[in-house]
Design a protein around this ligand. Structure first.
Ligand code: UD1
Ligand code: UDP
Length: 383
């Protein structure tokens, strides 16, 4: 039996973990035992708990309850907690998702104990080291033993950073194995899309009509914490809302910023306009909002990609993206926080026909591929 210890912490990681946990349960229950560790990076009910209930993810075996804080303090607390659990559980692998501080903490703790790191969503790059997530990804990738890239670009980025495609098993941190396997979030979106159809009532609850509203999310520190960027984005949304209703599930970071005195006037104007601010929603509700939207306006990594999965155009509120393919296909537009660029992209989308959405995120079976690879390459496993 192989023992894997999975680290989750932030909302998108909890959702991602559903794909791997489901594949273990359905296909590899006799070969893989999963221990789930929640760092507690996200802790509000609608940022964490709601996903376990809805997506059938096993309850975490441990919760480090680290909570919010500055990068150093938050990450340090996580490293300390994860180290203790790795020593206690002695897993064959640690599984890390994406690029959050929980990912970085898991990578640092495991690498010092020589526990092989499996990085899911490896190779993604924004080439912007001012993004905390870029630092986290680069560090995690270069400490990993098995790296799984969701896209061809991610795979090529790893080659460009010197990883050798010819490495052979047994893989090690010095000679890692890396694979292009498709996106586990594509697995999840296919799987949960059917459930969302039957279970989500979010459109009815908010008086929304399919294809007559725009979905928006905002939470990047670059947009929330830079005064001019936040104002410019919301002023563009206010302008757009004069012709199209916008629904915006508000990330707690953004809510806290908007409630500050310096943004009081802006917050009032947002509420007076056709912008529906609602608390963060469950994943099934989010899928339903994404599928039925006229377009998506977001700075989220996950949401821009899900817009693509559901064949919806997207305005990306960032100057660059790790998911370059969706921009290359002409379905997503990089606008940063620039008022004019956002409005230009909006008008362009409104005036153009439906785009082509080639399949670039795999076949919906990325999780299965990853688990098979773990089983086939586990040096100390007693199968
Ligand atoms: C984190 C990740 C980011 C990811 C995002 C997903 C890092 C560096 N960033 O950003 O990559 O895209 O999660 O949503 O790891 N807060 C609450 N309740 C919660 C969680 C957060 O109120 O349950 C508030 C706190 O004020 C906190 C702030 O949101 O300080 C930011 O939370 P944090 O986890 O530090 O960063 P995110 O912006 O959520
Ligand atoms: N999401 C959700 N409810 C929300 C907002 C987002 O379930 O109110 C989901 C979304 O569908 C995607 C993931 O959360 O799967 C993205 O998380 P987020 O935008 O917080 O982080 P990022 O992907 O940018 O790291």
């Amino acid at each position: 039996m192989i023992k894997v210890l999975t680290i989750i912490g932030a909302r998108p990681q909890i959702i991602k973990a559903a794909a791997i946990s489901r594949a273990i349960k359905n296909k590899f229950v006799d070969k893989i035992k999963e221990i789930i560790v929640h760092t507690g990076q996200h802790y509000d009910k609608n940022m964490s708990e709601v996903f376990f209930e809805e997506l059938g993810i096993p309850r975490p075996d441990y919760n480090l309850n680290v909570g919010s804080g500055k990068h150093g303090k938050q990450t340090a607390k996580m490293i300390e907690g994860i180290e203790e659990l790795l020593l206690k559980e002695k897993p064959n692998y640690i599984i890390l998702y994406g690029d959050t501080n929980s990912t970085l903490a898991g990578a640092v703790a495991a690498s010092k104990l020589n526990i092989p790191i499996v990085h899911i969503e490896a190779g993604l790059r924004s080439f912007n080291r001012k993004m905390p997530e870029e630092v986290n990804r680069v560090v995690c990738d270069h400490l990993s033993t098995l790296l799984f890239s969701p896209t061809v670009t991610g795979y090529k980025n790893l080659m460009n950073e010197g990883l050798n495609e010819m490495n052979k098993s047994p893989f090690t941190p010095e000679q890692p194995g890396y694979f292009h396997c498709g996106d586990i979030m594509y697995d999840n979106s296919l799987y949960f899309s059917e459930l969302a159809k039957n279970k989500s009532k979010i459109l009815e609850d908010n008086g929304l009509i399919s294809k007559e509203y725009i979905l928006s999310t905002i939470h990047r520190d670059h947009n929330t914490d830079i005064y001019d960027n936040l104002r410019s984005i919301f002023n563009a949304l206010i302008e757009i809302s004069k012709t199209n209703k916008i629904i915006l599930p508000l990330h707690p970071r953004t809510k806290k910023v908007l409630e500050q005195m310096k943004h009081k006037e802006l917050f009032e104007r947002i509420k007076e306009n056709n912008i529906l601010l609602i608390p963060p929603v469950s994943f099934l509700d989010m899928i339903s909002l994404e599928k039925n939207a006229l377009m998506v306006i977001t700075d989220s990594g996950g949401v821009q990609k899900e817009a693509y999965f559901f064949k919806n155009p997207c305005i990306i509120l960032r100057p660059e993206t790790e998911w370059v393919e969706i921009v290359d296909t002409g379905n997503a537009f990089l606008c940063g926080a620039d008022y004019n660029e956002i409005l230009n992209a909006f008008n362009f989308i409104i005036n153009s026909g439906a785009g082509d959405y080639p399949k670039i995120f795999g076949d919906g079976k990325a999780a299965e591929f990853i688990l098979k690879t773990l089983i086939n390459n586990c040096p100390e496993a007693v199968l």
